[in-house]
Design a protein around this ligand. Structure first.
Ligand SMILES: Nc1ncnc2c1ncn2[C@@H]1O[C@H](COP(=O)(O)OP(=O)(O)O)[C@@H](O)[C@H]1O
Ligand SMILES: O=C(CO)[C@@H](O)[C@@H](O)COP(=O)(O)O
Length: 537
């Protein structure tokens, strides 16, 4: 067995079922991370998938969720076999996380009533506006309660049959354990959380009951929502049907304990060690969002700012943009095709490396090129639909370096506009911790993000493992609390997980900050072109 490296402690750990498993269902990848007691990743697996635009709504089918989960888990088992010659049959603890929000509505018998409506849908503006006004609290378009209320406003027949609502992580957790529960961070993207009680806000539930009174919904919303659990709580065990769903080969044993399922915002906070007050982080994948843990409530209500919670239940201000690195990924595909047409072989990482590397040579102000990455609608800038666009003035200088500089700036533009609103509220972090696919190429997106936010940005060694590693850490926290019951999540992260973590920090360079600021002013003027494109095409 040539490929087997029996690193004794790791192999033994996995063989004895003492490793911890995290699985995260992101927008473009389902990823699994297996970690040891020192939180080092021992093995990983992934499955690529894509949302479908069906009947004007972004969705993933239930079949693709199940098949993707199985394929991802099978990839992890194969990786374990290849590295250690072992197929794990049990784990010390498991956690599930996923993209947040959206709408998964089930009837009494557990049947999905309408296809899963993901966070990416922007059909909920009427509901979100009404709820925001009634609650005096910003309800973003993608939140589950906005989807549910929109279905009421649209007089959708299925509303009368809804017996249970959950998120994607909640659904998968339930399939694996039978428990209808949700970590508080993920729950905070379904319905506002009262941080004093760690549960759904009772006054807002009452307001919702009044708003919903004239619609044929037999249950109050609190009867439909999953029970809320804080980080570290016991959240059920792997059932027989769950074990067979994850592993149809029949090897996986039942009874493995689970931590509460969480959203990818929460796993991002954990993976970047940003759950303490006044810490901040940025997650840049399909979407891009920045979060700051608040030490006091925000004074005002802003449509650009969502308020969610950490997995421990503390308030977090979030600027969320639907469009992150996907458009740059499309351009990387185009340049990869071009390289192949010339007879060159280049991996995706090499293409990204070359393209992003060239952005470092681009003009600080983008040299007259603007790039809009809006593949879908963008609530922060008030765009109802996506129209990705590159536009330049005749005196601009179009070359690879400037094109890529504009693309990277374009990825951060909406985020930086939202962060200005937060800064005007007096909320700023001394530095931001970043993670997500775009940081796989070191030193480029990080440098320009620092310029866009005019704040130092650090990226840790573990950032590449991202959300699946974050949920594996949360699953480890559940286990750690068994013998250390009074430890806070923050103390666990600082004392155990990140005690000797290595991070790279990039400070904003003055010429980038000035160049980006000039570029952003043009970008804001050019939003009119985006609106015209939506009207015209
Ligand atoms: N080597 C790379 N360097 C920089 N960016 C990359 C690289 N590989 C992929 N990406 C970008 O990362 C994005 C995916 O990030 P990820 O955090 O995995 O997303 P998600 O959680 O939404 O599935 C892609 O859209 C692509 O633009
Ligand atoms: O909406 C949120 C967080 O609030 C995310 O779950 C959503 O943007 C999906 O994130 P990804 O782009 O899949 O990483």
């Amino acid at each position: 067995m040539e490929n087997v490296h029996p690193t004794a402690p790791a192999a033994q750990l996995i063989a004895e079922g003492n490793a911890v498993l995290g699985i995260e269902l992101g927008s473009t990848n389902i990823k699994a991370s297996l970690i040891g007691p020192d939180f080092q990743q021992l093995s990983s697996g992934s499955h690529q998938w894509e949302n479908q635009f069906s009947d004007q709504l972004w969705t993933y089918s239930i079949e693709s969720i199940h098949a993707g989960l199985q394929d991802c888990f099978a990839a992890l088992l194969a990786d374990c076999r290849q590295r250690y010659g072992i197929t794990p049959a049990s784990f010390a603890s498991v956690g599930i996380s996923a993209m947040m929000h959206g709408y998964m509505a089930f009837d009494e018998s557990g049947e999905l009533l309408v296809p899963f409506r993901t966070w990416r849908n922007t059909n909920t503006s009427a509901a979100a506006a009404k709820l925001t006004e009634a609650f005096g609290f910003n309800i973003p378009l993608r939140w589950s309660v906005a989807h549910y209320f929109q279905a009421m406003l649209d007089r959708e027949a299925h509303v009368a049959k809804v017996a249970h609502l959950t998120t994607l992580a909640g659904y998968v957790h339930e399939q694996l354990t039978g428990e209808k529960v949700l970590g508080v961070g993920d729950a905070s993207g379904m319905f506002p959380i009262d941080t004093a009680t760690g549960n759904y806000d009772a006054a807002m539930l009452e307001t919702f009951a009044q708003l919903a009174a004239s619609y044929p919904a037999p249950h109050r919303l609190e009867e439909l929502l999953p029970a809320v659990l804080p980080a570290g709580a016991a959240a059920g065990k792997l059932s027989e049907s769950g074990a067979r769903l994850l592993d149809p080969t029949g090897t996986l044993q039942t009874g493995v304990p689970f931590c509460p399922p969480e959203g990818d915002a929460g796993t991002g906070m954990v993976a970047t060690n940003s759950v303490a007050v006044r810490t901040g982080n940025v997650s840049a994948g399909t979407s891009i969002f920045a979060m700051l843990v608040l030490d006091q409530p925000l004074a005002g209500l802003h449509h650009e700012i969502d308020v969610v919670t950490t997995p421990a239940g503390d308030s977090v201000a979030m600027v969320h943009c639907n469009n992150g690195a996907s458009e740059i990924g499309v351009w990387a595909g185009v340049f990869g095709d071009f390289a192949r047409a010339l007879g060159a072989t280049a991996s995706s990482d090499e293409v990204f490396g070359a393209l992003l590397g060239s952005a470092l040579e681009g003009a600080a102000d983008g040299a007259g090129l603007l790039a809009y990455n809006n593949l879908s609608g963008e609530p922060v800038t008030g765009l109802e639909q996506g129209r990705p666009l590159i536009i330049r003035t005749p005196d601009s200088s179009l070359n690879l370096a400037n094109l890529m500089r504009a693309q990277v700036y374009g990825m951060f533009a909406t985020l930086s506009l939202g962060m200005k609103v937060l800064a005007a509220e007096g909320v700023r972090a001394e530095k931001m911790h970043a993670h997500g696919g775009i940081f796989r190429t070191a030193g480029v997106a990080q440098r320009f993000l620092a310029a866009a936010l005019d704040t130092p940005v650090s990226v840790s060694q573990t950032a590449g493992h991202g959300g699946p590693w974050g949920i594996a850490v949360l699953a480890s926290f559940r286990k750690y609390l068994e013998s250390n019951p009074d430890t806070s999540l923050d103390a666990f992260l600082n004392g155990q997980v990140f005690a000797s973590a290595k991070t790279q920090e990039a400070s904003p360079l003055p010429e980038d900050v000035a160049g980006y600021s000039a570029w952003l002013a043009n970008y804001e003027s050019g939003l009119a072109i985006q609106r015209a494109a939506i009207a015209a095409l």
